[in-house]
Write a protein that binds this ligand. Sequence first.
Ligand code: PEP
Ligand code: MN
Length: 303
Amino acid sequence: MRENWHDRFAEAPGCLKNARRQRTAVPVLDFEVGGGEFVTMAGPCSVETEFQLMATANHVRRAGGRILRGGAFKPRSSPYSFQGLGLEGLKMLARARQESGLAIVTEVMSEEDVPMVAEYADILQIGTRNMENYPLLEAAARSGRPVLLKRGMVATMAEWLRSAQLILDNGNPNVILCERGIRTFETAMRNTFDVAAIALLKQISHLPVIADPSHAAGHSELVPALARIAVAAGADGVIVEVHPNPAKAWSDGEQSLDFAAFDEMMAELEPWLAVRDRGGASRRKLRGSQREAAQLRTMEAVG
Ligand code: PEP
Ligand code: MN
């Protein structure tokens, strides 16, 4: 790694790759995020009803998803919008987990709620509006649950990694970084998907990195393309909003995929993942043959 990245991210030394640590794989149920498998997390923006959640969970599982997302505590931009079902929503998530076998990722918005949310969730999500809420980050870290840390909508990469560092410093190594788009002068999309951040993080950090194409795009028709771009950039997974009837969703319907569109996105990702895997395999082969060539040269030199 070029030395200047160490200077740029000097406040997050523990997040950077080093000779001993090239990758952190975060254990979740019986699989890992960042362990080589591309992990799909999907589900509604908000937990609404038993039917909505169960139907989505079963569909996500059948389509190859690993983790069910769904907000029970919602950080809405407008105070007049639906704020989430709270504990009732967490209980629905627990039932969906039991029925589908999917792991659960859900947002926790306040320090006091951490123990309760940690009881029901496999991964605690820290939302974009809370990326620098340090007491919340510390409490989430100490819960012992993996933490999915979304990038603040106006946060630099250094600020984002500084928050990740705080979680590591509080004794929790299981941090998943999530690029969900940042605010720029462009307003056509909800946010600007900073795909270069994913590429750079995969080079400099050992932490898993996932993409949220739904919040980055804000429009469902763009989500599959951004997911494919995330694969090409090296993301370890995606988190996508899916709803049985997006037109009737209580939040973020315009960016939510219906079941058919989700299936199509998953199918479209396959060839891209295959190309990526082949690339990895041929790089490993190349490295192997480079090693052999170097050994040959040494043998020749010696004698
Ligand atoms: C969400 O995941 O529904 C959400 C509110 O995300 P963000 O914090 O990225 O806006
Ligand atoms: Mn949402």
